[in-house]
Design a protein around this ligand. Structure first.
Ligand SMILES: C[S@@+](CC[C@H](N)C(=O)[O-])C[C@H]1O[C@@H](n2cnc3c(N)ncnc32)[C@H](O)[C@@H]1O
Length: 429
């Protein structure tokens, strides 16, 4: 049963994200610091889940409250929404959730609010019908602008995309092909008592039946495996570097895709991993753990003149910063922080990045453009002009099972097994 302390910390995290505009990463860092380790998974369950389902239960709560809470009581709004989420999603008796939520109000410095919390929750339990979603926004727990954008982009699959965004993500491992085969690792994992299956999408992927901390994973510290979603593991499927290839990963941190390329393609002669200052340490940590080597550069993709040595690349991977609309289940703060106008800003930057990197590509070279977005404005969109301007480069659209073909690329829509990612390649004549 979640304690009052667990409910209070979860409410603080939710409040920081929803009312203060903090990222979930920052909010979690701040509030999980002082919490006993054994409580963290319960807090995560409530806080992450409530953030995924906020737009549903906040709507339900608004109909329940006769007038909105005062601005200084907004933390109680988060606490109440956490309570409503728990009634529907946790296997706990209603009375236990009510008791912990009421007691949590005192821990949040609002002891006088306990009767209000009690009254709201009890009247909600009496009138269960009030949980019926009043709109698609509530049904799919997604802000209207985003729901409309996804519906427009995927008229036949939009509800599948939104439903996937509300599920808990699986924990997916990538077996290091340089160290052992997937079958060997799976056997080892099962011998250690873990229950896991192979990914149907990625040939390197293993999906755990139940997430665990990386410290518990056999061979993680020794570089036998990494944590990476199955669709993100498709990067090597979309390129085939030749013997002696020079590769640039232009947005490389924390190094998930570049380390995968090095594991799968030993013929790569050199790989340069670029990211913004302050972000390259994470790449370095991953390279060290996996026993791989790359040249690290802290720099700006948009200013190659400040870091490029003039030698052309055979393969440039541009895993561009994006809205993250394909990974919302892993990052439930995305639906709270993104605005419609952000999509235009991302698309402009993505197009600029692709255009700046194009001259760095050798004749015959490949620009592999990737995002974790499901919105065409960020996917085909930023490449269209480059594609039109340079008549030589033809989009290569290998048919990969599980992906939908778009004008220029391949779109994986999120489902039970994997996240939503987009891959497209332009080749230089
Ligand atoms: C989607 S993430 C990359 C994930 C990475 N490829 C992986 O697989 O682990 C996008 C990255 O772009 C970086 N980035 C954003 N703007 C940048 C810029 N102007 N120059 C260099 N890197 C940038 C971000 O710091 C972030 O690490």
């Amino acid at each position: 049963m979640p304690s009052a302390e667990v409910c209070a910390v979860a409410a603080r995290i939710v409040h920081d994200v929803v009312a203060q505009g903090r990222s979930l990463e920052m909010a979690a860092k701040k509030h999980l610091n002082t919490v006993p380790a054994r409580r963290i998974s319960e807090i995560r369950e409530i806080a992450w889940g409530t953030l995924r389902w906020w737009h549903r239960y906040h709507g339900v709560l608004s109909r329940q409250l006769h007038r909105p809470l005062r601005a200084r009581d907004r933390i109680l709004e988060s606490l109440l929404v956490c309570g409503l989420y728990q009634y529907d999603h946790l296997d706990e008796p209603d009375y236990a959730v009510t008791a912990s939520t009421v007691d949590a109000a005192a821990l949040l410095g609002a002891p006088k609010a306990t009767s209000l919390i009690n009254a709201v929750l009890r009247s909600h339990l009496r009138a269960k019908t009030s949980t019926e979603p009043a709109s698609d926004e509530e049904l799919f727990a997604t802000p209207r602008w985003l729901l409309n954008a996804i519906r427009k982009a995927w008229p036949n699959q939009w509800n599948q995309v939104l439903e996937a965004a509300n599920r808990k993500p699986p924990m997916t491992l990538r077996v290091n092909a340089l160290q052992m085969s997937r079958d060997e690792y799976l056997k080892w994992l099962r011998q250690q008592g873990f229950s896991a299956q192979t990914s149907t999408l990625s040939p390197w992927g293993v999906i755990l039946d139940k997430p665990v901390s990386v410290a518990e994973l056999p061979g993680f510290a020794a570089g036998k495996v990494s944590i990476q979603d199955a669709a993100a593991q498709m990067t090597p499927i979309f390129c085939q570097p030749a013997q002696g290839a020079r590769v640039l990963d232009a947005c490389a941190a924390p190094g998930g895709k570049c380390t995968h390329l090095l594991e799968v393609y030993p013929q790569i002669k050199s790989l340069t991993a670029l990211d913004r200052p302050g972000r390259t340490e994470a790449i370095s940590d991953n390279l060290t753990r996996l026993g791989l080597t790359a040249k690290l550069i802290a720099g700006d993709v948009l200013q190659p003149e400040t870091w490029w040595d003039g030698q052309l690349f055979d393969l440039i991977v541009l895993d561009a910063p994006c809205s993250g609309t394909g990974v919302m289940r892993r990052h439930p703060d995305i639906r709270h922080h993104r605005r419609a106008s952000d999509i235009i800003t991302y698309a402009t930057t993505q197009a600029q990045m692709a255009a700046r990197l194009w001259p760095l590509l050798a004749p015959g070279g490949q620009l592999l453009y990737i995002t974790c977005s499901v919105l065409p404005q960020e996917n085909d969109g930023p490449l269209l002009e480059l594609h039109r301007k340079h008549s030589g480069e033809k989009p290569e659209k290998p048919t990969v099972s599980g992906a939908l073909t778009t004008e220029l690329g391949n779109q994986f829509l999120p489902d039970e097994e994997h996240d939503g990612l987009y891959f497209a390649s332009l080749f230089k004549d």
